[in-house]
Design a protein around this ligand. Structure first.
Ligand code: BTN
Length: 256
């Protein structure tokens, strides 16, 4: 970590020597997911973190951009080498979303998860996760609006930040440590701990019990969200029965 670049390695070390040793800081890069992927391909260990101050071409899910003004947000990627069988790896994005939402509790912000892994506060998105896979590793990319105050006009969703919700800036180092310490245990639950993960996720889900519309496999559906299946699918009670959603377009709440 290089203090002169805005991130203070000494602060991070004081907060958590264990995590400070695992963080590679890049003043700028195209995407931390790409950098982490490269390192993982060269043998980087489980728990390696790539953090940047200025991500030039941050990616979101479904081919969207992820932008963040330098010095204001948190953009990092974690290399994960799951012990669980690869059949369970798709659950990692649920685990990561839940961990990030939980990591905001100490900052006095009530964050929920929106399927599959967006993090929302008071009806606005505060963080997003992009999980990408390699043959024997996963890269979990986290973008979190820590002290961001202005957002692009062309966002397709309302956005907020910790600073806006609390009316005071946060220490990004403290937020980083809070997220990292929660990510590892939640990611450890994608196999045998999945029932607990599913329960905690459903409790945090901002859509639980709500009527939503979405598009899945070319079909538009409306139904009430009933939580997660044992396979990590979203359970949607529709007029024609219980649908199990694996992939969907943006999910919108139906306000009636
Ligand atoms: C989304 O909500 O669509 C996911 C956003 C994920 C953004 C993070 S920022 C760090 C990492 N690097 C990327 O290019 N994307 C992820």
């Amino acid at each position: 970590m290089r203090p002169e670049e805005g991130w203070d390695g000494a602060v991070l070390r004081a907060l958590s020597p264990e995590w400070a040793d695992r963080v590679i800081f890049l003043p700028e890069c195209d995407s931390t997911n790409d950098e982490a992927r490269l390192l993982a391909g060269r043998g980087a260990p489980d728990g390696q973190v790539v953090l940047t101050e200025n991500q030039r071409s941050g990616r979101g899910r479904r081919g969207q951009r992820w932008t963040c003004p330098p010095g204001e947000g948190l953009a990092f990627s974690l290399v994960v080498r799951p012990l669980a069988p690869s059949a369970c790896w798709s659950r990692a994005s649920l685990a990561a979303g839940l961990a990030v939402a939980e990591a905001l509790d100490p900052f006095g912000v009530a964050a929920g998860v929106k399927w599959p892994n967006d993090i929302w506060v008071a009806g606005k998105k505060i963080a997003g996760i992009l999980v990408e896979g390699g043959s024997d590793f996963l890269v979990v990319g986290v973008g979190l609006n820590a002290n961001v105050r202005d957002f692009p006009d062309d966002l397709t969703f309302p956005a907020t930040s910790l600073a806006l919700e609390r009316s005071v800036p946060v220490s990004r180092e403290e937020v980083l440590v809070s997220v990292l310490t929660r990510l590892a245990p939640r990611l450890g639950q994608i196999d045998r701990g999945f029932d607990e993960l599913r329960r905690a996720w459903s409790e945090r889900c901002v859509l639980s019990g709500k009527v939503v519309t979405l598009e899945s496999g070319g079909t538009k559906m409306t139904g009430r969200v009933e939580g997660l299946s044992t396979h990590g699918e979203l359970l949607l009670r529709t007029p024609s029965g219980l649908a199990r959603i694996l992939q969907a377009s943006e999910i919108r709440e139906v306000i009636d």
